[in-house]
Ligand binder design. Structure first.
Ligand code: NAD
Length: 522
């Protein structure tokens, strides 16, 4: 993107999002606060222009069909495979992720291109439907899925590529044009990929980016035909209210407070290792990260000992490809204050930190990987989304108490249950959320075959699976007359004879016993 200007000298800063009237976004490195780039903000007029431009190219994009679109997206996949490490470099700098977490994102996109590239025809190809009634026997019924012409994507900072281009891929495959508004904290890596689409690959002009914060996001909502939003429930409500003004459909992927249940017959080594990774992965800045853990009493002490040991082994800091670490920095500078506030509140109300518990001193935004015990649902850390490297663990008497507490939340994004397969599966079916992992964590996000979305205040709509592409389409039903006379019996003129015939036919087709069919029983 030509508009990004890189500063000649780094300049330390404290933190925070740009003020509402800013003309540029200053993108900073969370590991030391230095300035990475200044990105000009796109105002409403520019958003309007970009949407109008991609809209112009959309009809041709739709007309080239799945094979044509798959070919272009295949070129993007090849580019990502060749340039994934470079994109990961850029994205690692702006997010403060460790290398392993940053490298996952281009790989996920390549997999998503292959998945929707091969499945699109199955998910949104024309459907032939058999009429349910003999009265429609002369009709051919078809359903076709036509893309919303322009899809707007508003994305967060925790997975800058997965949560933006990851949704753009099915939208493009469906035949839509796409404009993304990335998070103001992490616009750089994503823009490299869209630039490659436009300039290096030279693909059709149906994919672009606009930069900014609330005003830019609001303008995108006003101009597009469908909004895919991923972010906090607070902003999600604003987006939905704005979209209501133009009756623009939305899909909202919002926050979570995901529970993990550990049953007494669980493999406790696996459960503890999963809890450590699922809670601390990407510094806990994952919508589906493990935030609350409920352990059946007989397993509690051993589980806590294993979890504490595993979290204690985590290496935290800034890393590179040759010197790996496990947990990096907090991406948004505001977020570390949220995490600190929740942990302090819990400690002040009787919780104990078995590991961590505080901000790491020195440059960069790091919070220590933290295991809290003696927590309860009166504490913010067990009620509000933490979005940091913190888990709270509670002892429960049995699976009923675990389920009651797991479901005691306004969120319902995902969860996990550990135990013998039969037992864990039985409990998993009763967790109230959009996706549950049995004896694993986070993996549902990579099972693109099945839908994932939030219940309750975790969202509206689904990504992945058939629903992850169908939502970008409008449904058009075709009711096609195969053979017919000059008029139908139901048309004018209405006569007693025709009415009697229709009544006899209705009796014949809709009654479920012979006496009624033949008019012998009334
Ligand atoms: P956020 O709500 O602060 O911002 C999300 C996006 O909305 C950003 O691009 C932001 O610039 C934009 N925005 C801000 N104000 C806007 C407005 N008035 N109109 C339109 N757009 C506006 O969220 P965040 O802090 O970037 O991300 C963290 C949140 O995202 C967490 O709550 C997390 O759980 C959630 N999240 C959900 C999923 C999921 O799949 N359910 C995935 C990742 C993150």
């Amino acid at each position: 993107m030509e508009a990004i200007t890189r500063p000649e000298t780094d300049q330390a800063q404290t933190n925070g999002a740009p003020p509402a009237d800013a003309e540029v976004i200053e993108v900073r490195k969370p590991t030391d606060g230095s300035l990475l780039a200044k990105v000009p903000i796109d105002g409403p007029e520019r958003v309007h222009e970009v949407v109008a431009r991609v809209r112009d190219a959309q009809a041709e994009w739709e007309a080239i069909g799945y094979p044509g679109r798959r070919r272009w997206l295949g070129k993007l996949r090849d580019w990502l495979i060749e340039n994934g490490e470079h994109v990961a470099d850029v994205m690692q700098a702006e997010t403060g992720k460790v290398r392993a977490d940053a490298s996952n994102e281009p790989t996920y996109l390549a997999d998503t291109i292959n998945f929707y590239g091969t499945q699109a025809a199955k998910f949104i190809g024309e459907e032939s439907v058999r009429p349910h009634s003999p009265l429609l026997a002369s009709k051919k019924l078809r359903v076709q899925y036509r893309a919303h012409p322009v899809v707007g994507i508003i994305s967060p900072w925790n997975f800058p590529l997965i949560l933006s281009i990851g949704d753009a891929i099915p939208a493009l495959m469906a035949g839509a044009a796409v404009v993304i508004k990335p998070s103001e904290f992490t616009p750089l890596g994503l823009t490299e990929v869209v630039d490659a689409w436009k300039h290096e690959i030279g693909a059709p002009d149906v994919f672009d980016v606009v930069q900014g914060i609330g005003e830019t996001g609001g303008a995108l909502v006003d101009n597009v035909d469908f909004i895919q939003f991923t972010g906090s429930d607070r902003t999600g409500r604003k987006v939905m209210a704005r979209a209501a003004e133009t009756l623009t459909p939305v899909s909202l992927e919002l926050g979570g407070k995901d529970p993990m249940i550990v049953l007494r017959d669980a493999d406790l080594d696996r459960a503890a290792n999963a809890a450590a990774w699922g809670g601390m992965f990407n510094s806990g800045q994952v919508c589906i990260s493990v935030e609350r853990i409920y352990v059946e009493e007989p397993a509690y002490d051993e589980f806590i000992a294993k979890l504490t040991a595993e979290v204690g082994r985590i290496r935290q800091g800034s890393d590179d490809a040759r010197n790996p670490k496990d947990v990096g920095a907090m991406t948004s500078p505001n977020q570390i204050a949220v995490v600190e506030g929740q942990v302090d509140d819990a400690l002040a109300n009787g919780a104990r930190a078995l590991t961590g518990g505080k901000r790491v001193p020195g440059p960069g935004d790091y919070f220590e990987p933290t295991v809290l015990v003696d927590v309860d649902h009166s504490m913010k850390v067990m009620r509000d989304e933490t979005f940091g490297p913190v888990v709270g663990v509670m002892k429960v008497q049995d699976s009923e108490e675990a389920l009651r507490l797991a479901n005691d939340t306004r969120y319902g994004l995902s969860g996990s249950v550990f135990g013998s397969r039969e037992n864990a599966e039985r409990v998993a079916r009763r967790v109230e959320c959009g996706a549950v992992n049995v004896n694993d964590v986070l993996i549902n996000y990579f099972a693109s075959d099945v839908p994932m979305g939030g219940w309750k205040e975790s969202g509206i709509g689904y990504r992945h699976g058939a629903q992850g592409i169908r939502k970008f389409c409008r449904t058009e039903s075709l009711v096609i007359t195969r053979f017919a006379g000059k008029r139908e019996p139901t048309w004018y003129p209405y006569t007693r004879g025709k009415r009697g015939l229709i009544a006899r036919m209705a009796r014949m087709f809709y009654a479920r016993d012979w006496k009624r069919r033949l008019g012998l029983k009334r």
